[in-house]
Design a protein around this ligand. Structure first.
Ligand SMILES: Nc1ncnc2c1ncn2[C@@H]1O[C@H](COP(=O)(O)OP(=O)(O)O)[C@@H](O)[C@H]1O
Ligand SMILES: [Mg+2]
Length: 609
């Protein structure tokens, strides 16, 4: 219930639909009962069981309301029969029955009509909230999570919660009311007989709750397994080339089939339990009805004053009518248990706090005038320190290069400057303002990012480029493409800049993709560029083109260049040589070469290769 209460917040904006649903459910339950009562006069006409009353009855305290109502009905029917004949009265009665049933169903439909807005609205709002959260959460949140699991949460878990939302209204309002109205009328018709029904309720409740046990756990297993095989699908699609190249189809297949096998077993066990609800409650119910038939039938046979045949038939109809809501309640209580498991998984995402938040007094910094200063920073992703007391200054207009062996912490610096992670000690400032005191949006607005693998979307060239500048004109896009050496191939694409480049840009070569990602940074036109091994995934020919593109881009800009290929950074204003998170050498290309230290060794190794 706890998780569900939290999810209920999402229904608040739709409470007017909830209220309308409740109103129409009340009417539905009321007319459900009335529909059986309306059978009584018709049956009385047919069965001709009662002595006809032809004197208008007067209400007398002593006889009680039930007697009075019965006599009035009797009087009304008989005077009408005298006036118009039996056939006519029967026709009227049938008309009343049809009308009452019709209204009951109209109200039932209206109740569902209004709740639909609530259910689908809640579905939409939960998904939107989750999506925003997914974008907001820091990268480290995902380093151990499977993507498919997140996808399962935002799709099938939300759907599960939506289903159980309907159930909860049935559980608390519609069906209990239907039962209360029916039992109330039954008490009115025959209190003695109805006592048996009260015996049935606690027994049924006990049996149903026994079946419902462990349902939440089973449901959780099903959803988790679903998240796992969705991850496998996602990974398979992303890595098809490697899977096929290494002949790992059978291994992937068996992983997937193991998972769907477990999914099947869990689902079977869950469904079997759920399926028990209906037959068990129906059987319990029919036992009670058997008792009622036997006892009530005897009452009618004994010509008891308190119950006549027509009333007994309506009474049994009502008793039978309790069965359906009783079954629904059992089913709904199981749905809610399943919904609870799903709600837990949803809330796990929604309630995770982002560690990298905007400071309450964060400023929007839109200009860059002096320098980026990194002062004495220490950082660890997990336990081991990746950077130790690292300091560097990047003055405006200069190009600073970071070199060093793989794993020495270069990309980590890029991650920290862009605030994908926060430093643990020391600080990073732009023009003297700590980046933690700037909004993330404005900080990242100052920077253009080009990474080793060009990260592109399944969209057109235009769509990919305008990611950082929504309102760019075609001319601006073409200019950016020219700076990035990309126009020469884009202009030959079938629809030019409006050509779709395929999933992750797979219709293009590596060098072409990288030039597009450079053009994207150029189009955004930020004062600071961060290039993390932008050329290292490329062959020599495309590297030359990309290198040229990068040099065009870095003109008049401040750049932090992380380079694996040392040929690409010889013109840098300053080269910083890193080893295990610390600076070992620092200077210009020639200075460092003549030192004959680490840099010299790195250059030598590369020229040999
Ligand atoms: N997301 C991460 N979680 C945990 N450790 C990481 C993560 N990213 C990098 N590391 C570790 O941090 C160290 C520095 O990594 P990185 O900055 O990427 O090196 P470089 O870019 O110089 O090759 C490496 O030892 C690496 O294993
Ligand atoms: Mg790196």
């Amino acid at each position: 219930m706890n998780y569900f209460k939290k999810i209920l917040r999402f229904a608040l904006p739709y409470k007017k639909y909830g209220i309308l649903n409740i109103i129409f459910n009340v009417l539905y339950a009321l007319f459900g009962t009335l529909s059986f009562i309306s059978l009584i006069p018709m049956l009385q006409v047919l069965l001709k069981q009662t002595e006809p009353i032809r004197v208008k009855p007067i209400y007398q305290q002593a006889e009680g309301i039930k007697e009075y109502l019965e006599d009035s009905l009797n009087y009304f029917i008989n005077t009408q029969v005298d006036l118009h004949g039996e056939g006519y009265v029967l026709g009227i009665m049938v008309g009343v029955v049809i009308t009452v049933f019709f209204l009951k169903n109209v109200f039932g439909y209206l109740a569902n009509f209004f709740i639909t807005y609530l259910r689908n609205g809640v579905l939409q709002d939960i998904r939107n909230t989750m999506y925003r959260k997914i974008l907001d959460l820091e990268l480290s949140f995902y380093s151990e999570k499977r993507k498919g699991d997140t996808i399962a949460r935002i799709t099938s878990d939300v759907l599960e919660v939506q289903h159980s939302f309907l159930s909860i209204l049935e559980l608390f309002i519609r069906e209990p009311l239907a039962i209360i109205f029916a039992i109330g009328t039954m008490l009115f018709l025959s209190a003695k007989l109805t006592l048996f029904v009260f015996l049935f309720i606690p027994v049924a409740g006990f049996v149903i709750s026994r079946i419902g046990k462990s349902l939440k756990k089973k449901s959780n297993q099903v959803q988790t397994e679903q998240g796992y095989f969705l991850s496998l699908v996602e990974e398979t699609l992303a890595n098809l080339k490697i899977i096929k190249g290494f002949g790992a189809e059978s291994r992937m297949t068996s992983q997937f089939e193991d998972s769907t096998h477990r999914f099947k077993d869990y689902s079977n066990s869950l469904t079997h339990r759920q399926n028990l609800a209906s037959p068990v409650s129906e059987f319990l119910g029919i036992t009670v009805i058997g008792v009622l038939l036997w006892y009530g039938g005897n009452m009618v046979l004994a010509n008891s004053e308190s119950l006549n045949g027509a009333q007994f038939i309506a009474y049994m109809g009502l008793a039978y009518q309790i069965l359906t809501p009783a079954k629904s309640i059992a089913k709904a209580s199981y749905s809610v248990k399943k919904g609870n498991a799903a709600a837990e998984r949803i809330l796990e995402i929604i309630e995770t706090e982002t560690n990298i938040k905007d400071h309450p007094e964060a400023i929007d910094k839109t200009t860059f005038d002096q320098a980026i200063t990194i002062t004495d920073i220490t950082f660890a992703y997990e336990k081991e320190k990746v950077l130790k007391n690292f300091s560097v200054e990047v003055p405006k207009g200069q190009t600073i290069a970071l070199v060093g062996q793989s794993g020495s912490g270069k990309s980590t610096i890029a991650n920290l400057v862009t605030r994908f992670y926060d430093v643990q000690e020391g600080h990073i400032a732009i023009d003297g303002v700590d980046i933690k005191k700037m909004t993330k949006q404005s900080l990242r607005g100052l920077m253009g990012l080009v990474t080793q693998d060009a990260i592109l979307f399944n969209d057109t060239v235009r769509g990919n480029l305008t990611l950082g500048k929504q309102d760019a004109t075609s001319q601006e896009i073409i200019d950016a493409l020219k700076v990035a050496n990309a126009w020469e191939f884009v202009k030959d694409l079938p629809q030019g800049i409006d050509t779709n480049i395929g999933d992750s840009g797979n219709k293009l070569s590596g060098g072409q993709k990288q030039r597009l990602s450079i053009a994207r940074a150029v189009l955004k036109n930020p004062p600071i560029m961060i290039l993390d091994e932008a050329t290292s995934a490329l062959d020599t020919e495309s590297e030359r083109l990309v290198q040229q593109a990068l040099e065009n881009m870095m003109k008049n800009r401040t750049s932090l260049v992380i380079a694996h290929r040392l040929s690409t950074i010889q013109k840098a204003d300053q080269i910083i040589v890193m080893q295990r998170g610390e600076i070992v050498e620092q200077g210009k290309h020639q200075e460092l070469l003549s030192k004959k230290g680490t840099y010299h060794k790195l250059v030598e190794m590369q020229s040999l290769a």
